[in-house]
Design a protein around this ligand. Structure first.
Ligand code: NAD
Length: 353
């Protein structure tokens, strides 16, 4: 398949590939849309088996950022960077300085931040070679790790979905969390504090042990999470958690978590709607992190300090949008992921015009 034929291409403005001989950096920076402003989206480091797989992921993720940023109503289009490589063995400051040069070469049309495999410390190195980096610590405009804000949005959105599905609050209900990394661990703490019971899984045993010790969660094997006796399934690992095959295994009526690209296929979204499950569309419920990042970009551009009040205003509004999505799904008898997609496309189209 060529770039322009890829189903994920969907009118990307540009796709940039960079190679740095000295460090071995191979990165693809996809800019889906700058209609609403410069593209913003994280950088993912992953050992993709082929460059084609990396490109497909960059395209898919960058288009999703256009939708996420539009729904979050921030002045940014969608873009994403992927670095081909193993984040456990290949990272170095020099590699991220080279990555910063690649970001800089996109000329301010793309702002980067953290994503799976990339930490704020890595981005500090990138910042030495480009200003288009956010999600950092240590300067007045800095917003820090976006994960706690992402988790806060997921927590609030999950409670909205629970209210609609079960008519009450989260206390006493059971939530199955797939993945207790940055977002999943913060979410677990918030749910525990709110009186929810937790069932958790991860492929990283130390992370599991730590979260279980803090929250009293029951630990299960990765594949067993789908069979948990839980009222809510919260995917917080990688994409594709909700498939036609595992819908049969879920026992609760709510799917609400932090992971990107939760629906393995659009058909899974149609089918869960047909079965009466409530799904919080991923790029709506997990928009808190990018709002936090946008707060940093806004402060950097204005030469001002980071403003958490602005972030809270946007996050509250995003939760209202999520509730509108749930309500429209009921009124219009259509799945939530379809409604959210329409809202995003309408906003991007309006900006383009
Ligand atoms: P992370 O890497 O810190 O956490 C992911 C966790 O999932 C890890 O602990 C990993 O071991 C685990 N995992 C991987 N495969 C698994 C499997 N098969 N079963 C169970 N666990 C598995 O990443 P994160 O920052 O917490 O992000 C989690 C998800 O949320 C990702 O999809 C990311 O794109 C999305 N997201 C994150 C943010 C953010 O602010 N960090 C914002 C929006 C969306």
């Amino acid at each position: 398949m060529t770039l322009f034929d890829s189903p994920a291409f969907e009118a990307h403005e540009s796709v940039n590939a960079f190679y740095d001989e000295a460090t071995g950096l191979k990165t693809i920076i996809a800019v889906h849309s700058t209609a609403r402003g410069p593209a913003a989206g994280g950088c993912r480091m992953w050992p993709y088996p082929t460059a084609e797989a990396a490109m497909e992921d960059a395209l898919r993720l960058s288009r999703a950022m256009s939708y996420k940023n539009a729904v979050a109503d921030i002045d940014h289009g969608g873009g994403k960077a992927v670095i081909i490589g193993d984040s456990k063995t290949m990272k170095s400051p020099a590699l991220f300085e080279a990555f910063g040069r690649a970001v800089d070469a996109v000329g301010g049309r793309y702002w980067t931040a953290e994503d799976v495999g990339v930490s704020p410390a890595d981005l500090q190195a990138a910042r030495r070679t480009t200003r288009y980096v956010a999600g950092l610590d240590g300067h007045p405009a800095a917003s820090g790790d976006p994960s706690p804000v992402t988790a806060e949005g997921v927590f609030r959105g999950l409670k909205l979905a629970v209210k609609r599905a079960y008519g009450g609050d989260i206390s006493g209900l059971t939530v199955a969390i797939q993945g207790v990394g940055h977002v999943g661990a913060f979410l677990a703490e918030k749910l525990h504090a709110a009186g929810a019971k937790l069932i958790i899984t991860d492929v990283n045993q130390p992370a599991l042990d730590e979260v279980a010790a803090r929250t009293g969660a029951t630990v299960v094997a990765p594949d067993a999470i789908f069979d948990s006796k839980a009222d809510v399934f919260a995917p917080c690992a990688l994409g594709g958690a909700v498939t036609l095959a595992n819908l049969d295994r879920l026992q609760g009526r709510v799917i609400a978590g932090g992971a990107n690209n939760q629906l393995a296929t659009p058909e899974a979204g149609e089918e869960l709607y047909r079965r009466g499950l409530i799904y919080a569309p991923d790029y709506v419920i997990n928009g808190g992190g990018i709002i936090n990042v946008a707060g940093e970009i806004r402060a950097l551009d204005a030469g001002a300090a980071f403003d958490p009040v602005w972030v809270e205003g946007k996050l509250s509004r995003l939760m209202e949008t999520l509730d509108e999505v749930f309500q429209r799904s009921v009124d219009e008898k259509r799945p939530t992921h379809v409604i959210a997609g329409e809202i995003a496309r309408d906003r991007i189209e309006a900006a383009r015009r």
